[in-house]
Design a protein around this ligand. Structure first.
Ligand SMILES: [Zn+2]
Length: 176
């Protein structure tokens, strides 16, 4: 595509299983006329951890909710950007911040992760902030407040925090 050439063709071998399984998914999908809005008026912020099926956790399917993910489910500038759009233009009325137990961002500290990457890959990553947390509940409370206090968000946006237990599949609501 475009006129700048294709120096990096799609790495078909590396993604062969993904493309093949996608074809089967597309055959089953019965959602081609879903609107882009989230039918449940819900946005979920959670971690990138592979154990979390963010929609299934809350009994949701395609078209029901927005899912925003990053390492540790932390509230960053980019998360706030997405939430402003989702709540102002796309019908989101409630936000659930959902970090999880056994999260790598909560069991190691910032220095430890930098050191491990340096040791294993010889790369100095200290210009990055990984946003590790030492107290997961306290960090969750802070993140909920960060969303609630952003002036660009609708006053009636409901924001809640809950920790997802990967061992049991249960959500533990947290008072913020
Ligand atoms: Zn995690």
């Amino acid at each position: 595509m475009g006129s700048l050439g294709t120096d990096h063709p799609f790495p078909a071998d590396a993604f062969a299983d993904v493309v093949a399984d996608n074809a089967r998914y597309a055959e089953r999908l019965d959602a081609t006329d879903l609107p882009g809005r989230a039918a449940k008026g819900l946005a979920i912020l959670t971690c990138i951890d592979s154990r979390i099926d963010a929609l299934a956790v809350a009994g949701l399917h395609e078209g029901d909710a927005y899912v925003i993910r990053n390492a540790g489910a932390r509230v960053t500038e980019d998360v706030l950007r997405s939430l402003v759009l989702a709540s102002s233009l796309m019908g989101v009325e409630r936000v659930l911040v959902m970090p999880h137990t056994r999260c790598a961002m909560a069991v190691r500290d910032e220095a430890g992760i930098h050191a491990q990457i340096a040791e294993q890959h010889g790369v100095d990553t200290r210009s990055l902030e990984f946003r590790t947390v030492s107290d997961q509940v306290e960090a969750l409370r802070t993140d909920v407040v960060r969303i609630r206090s952003l002036p660009y968000l609708p006053d009636d946006l409901v924001v809640g925090g809950a920790i997802y237990h990967v061992e049991s599949g249960l959500l533990e609501p947290v008072d913020a």
